[in-house]
Ligand binder design. Structure first.
Ligand code: URA
Length: 277
């Protein structure tokens, strides 16, 4: 049988053990967070390395840009994000996908299109013989807007230099815009995605001519299943488009592929909102 002092001693000892466990668990949590962060970092960086043997400096510059973005505080989204979602894939990609902004799962993992919409994008890429490791996938905004609200003009203005630098560094031949937001921003035209989807346009983005292919956003296709087939058909055009030669010194104006050939007028809605001038 124990007396009062033994009991008090026992409580103190137990509290001491609790305290030590708590401190150890906090330290372990911090280490786990750091490991998780660096794992996500390495995942992004490793993916950039895939197939990039010939262009170490391009990959290195992209990694530098990633490190800069990872600490970005240019807009208030820095206060609410969990992780910056820079983009992932191949630094030498000929094909770049640009979505709107990270969602909850992307914000948690620090990687783009890893939720349900991402699973559909991955599946449809596979259908046309491409993998995520061969392309570059990113968003206009690198941080999640709270509650997935629409991106605000200040956020787009603050973040667009990252997308511009990504396009300059990766030099894609084809930029596939996913959904209304990215399409309107990069084409500079207000036409809805339902009108322009599936027809390539030629644009100069970040000073380089590209084929811009507007596509339905995979999240929209998940909400309206009939759009999945349309998205699949539009994506099926990408392999041919990747093989097509880009016109020399592409015009700044938005123009459909037919307009490039001189057979159709340029989109009259063009250049209302242009991102990279
Ligand atoms: N929707 C987007 O626009 N981007 C993502 O990364 C995920 C969902």
């Amino acid at each position: 049988m124990s007396d009062g002092s033994t009991l008090q001693g026992g409580v103190a000892a137990r509290n001491e053990v609790y305290g030590r466990c708590l401190r150890a668990s906090k330290a372990a949590g911090a280490i786990r967070d750091r490991l998780y962060d660096s794992r996500a970092t390495m995942e992004v960086v490793d993916q950039m390395a895939e197939g990039s043997a010939a262009t170490g400096s391009r990959r290195d510059r992209l990694v530098d840009l990633y490190r800069e973005a990872a600490d970005c505080t240019r807009c208030p989204l820095a206060e609410t994000r969990t992780k910056v979602v820079f983009g992932s894939g191949n630094a030498d990609a000929d094909l770049m996908f640009v979505g709107e902004a990270p969602g909850a799962e992307e914000d948690r993992q620090g990687l783009p299109f890893v939720g349900r919409a991402g699973a559909l994008l991955t599946e449809l890429l596979g259908d046309v013989g491409l993998s995520r490791e061969e392309v570059w996938i990113c968003n206009v905004l690198k941080c999640r807007p709270p509650g997935n609200r629409d991106p605000q003009p200040l956020e787009v203005e603050s973040c667009s230099p990252y997308l511009e630098r990504q396009i300059q560094l990766i030099e894609p031949r084809v930029v596939a815009t996913l959904g209304n937001f990215a399409t309107r921003l990069l084409t500079g035209a207000r036409a809805p995605i339902s009108r322009v989807r599936g027809t390539p346009q030629v644009h100069t983005l970040a000073g380089r001519p590209v084929f811009l292919m507007p596509l339905f956003h995979p999240a929209a296709a998940l909400r309206t299943p009939s759009l999945v087939e349309t998205l699949r058909e539009d994506m099926a055009r990408l392999p041919d488009l990747l093989r097509e030669p880009l016109p020399e010194g592409a015009a700044r104006e938005s123009a459909t592929a037919a307009a490039i050939a001189g057979t159709a007028p340029a989109d009259p809605d063009a250049d209302q909102l242009g991102l990279f001038g």
